[in-house]
Design a protein around this ligand. Structure first.
Ligand SMILES: [Zn+2]
Length: 340
């Protein structure tokens, strides 16, 4: 008798177990049909431009365009001019690695005809944002087609988790030739979405590319004034890799491993101080978007100067780095003055 009851109870328990498993599978299937899942269709690193269709615009109506960083927005503004309505997402001085989108950003993204991002894993927060905004807006990474460099270091949080920073170095704008690729990608995208404006976008792009070519040549010329053995960079985080590669600098080290969201260990800092002394590096370059405390400490230990640069964001209007060309001129002048 007791044996029979136990058996029946056992069967009942198995029944509940199977029913539970069945419901879990069904519910999982249902939630997988929600539109938010579409976001996972975007390539993780956002390295490709999606297929785009013209937006039907009424007479006098403008394309509604969102751009993430101030640097991307500046390039979009040069190409789009008065023909588009442009919303820049990140405020001046915000660190693009650690930015927290606002409810206003969700609204702007939900209403946008297109969203321009840097891509290459810079805007790690963009996926959540697009999911919140409905998950269907076209995202165009302006860096599509750029040859991506691998970072020297692998970032590690104090928790031990490896930085999700993608496969490549996202700071492409420190090579002016890459920003010329941005301009071409933006021009092509706006011309596809608004074919009637094609002539305007093309003319704006050509004019700006001329300015950028002149900027690139000026940088090459400036760097020649630094003795070759002094073309060495120590920076807050590995933001100047493309700059070093294009204009001929050696990167000696960084304070923060890869992104500004990761913390350096005591051992890494000691190694950096040794490198600064043995290479005779005269300056540490800090960034407007990163707390300079650590740099100041190392500079005090090693007796070198701290030179602030603009890296992840333009400066305020009137700062001398309020647009991309001025931003590069400011940074190059500061680097040349410190190393020459
Ligand atoms: Zn960065």
């Amino acid at each position: 008798m007791t044996r029979k009851v136990t058996l029946r109870r056992k069967r009942m328990l198995w029944g509940i177990f199977f029913l539970g498993a069945f419901l879990t599978i069904i519910m999982g299937g249902i939630s997988a049909c929600r539109p938010s899942v579409q976001v996972s269709n975007y390539p993780h690193e956002l390295n490709d431009i999606p297929t785009l269709e013209p937006i039907p615009l009424r007479a006098g109506e403008k394309l509604r365009v969102v751009a993430t960083t101030s640097l991307v927005a500046d390039a979009v503004a040069h190409v789009g001019g008065d023909r588009i309505t442009l919303t820049r997402m990140l405020p001046i001085g915000a660190d693009p690695h650690t930015y927290q989108p606002t409810p206003g950003d969700v609204r702007a993204v939900a209403e946008a005809d297109v969203i321009f991002v840097n891509g290459v894993g810079l805007e790690t927060w963009i996926y959540d944002l697009i999911r919140q905004a409905g998950g269907e807006r076209p995202i165009v990474p302006v860096s599509a087609g750029i040859k991506i460099r691998k970072p020297i270091k692998e970032g590690r949080h104090t928790s031990g988790a490896i930085e999700k920073h993608g496969e490549g170095d996202p700071h492409v704008w420190f090579d002016v030739q890459n920003v010329i690729i941005w301009v071409r990608n933006i021009e092509r995208t706006l011309s596809t979405l608004d074919p009637e404006g094609k002539m305007i976008y093309q003319r704006n792009a050509e004019t700006y590319i001329g300015v950028l070519e002149a900027l690139d040549a000026w940088i090459v010329e400036q760097v020649q004034t630094i003795p070759e053995e002094r073309r060495k960079l120590v920076t807050s985080h590995e933001a100047l890799g493309y700059f070093a590669d294009r204009y001929g600098f050696e990167q000696i080290g960084t304070l923060f491993p890869v992104t500004t969201g990761a913390e350096p260990s005591a051992q890494e800092l000691a190694r950096l101080e040794d490198a600064i002394r043995s290479h005779g590096v005269p300056a540490i370059f800090t960034e407007s978007t990163v707390n300079p405390k650590l740099a100041e400490q190392i500079a005090k230990d090693t007796g070198v100067m701290v030179v602030p640069l603009y890296t992840g964001s333009l400066g305020e209007p009137g700062s001398g780095a309020g647009n991309y060309v001025d931003f590069m001129r400011y940074n190059v002048s500061a680097i040349v003055a410190a190393l020459r």
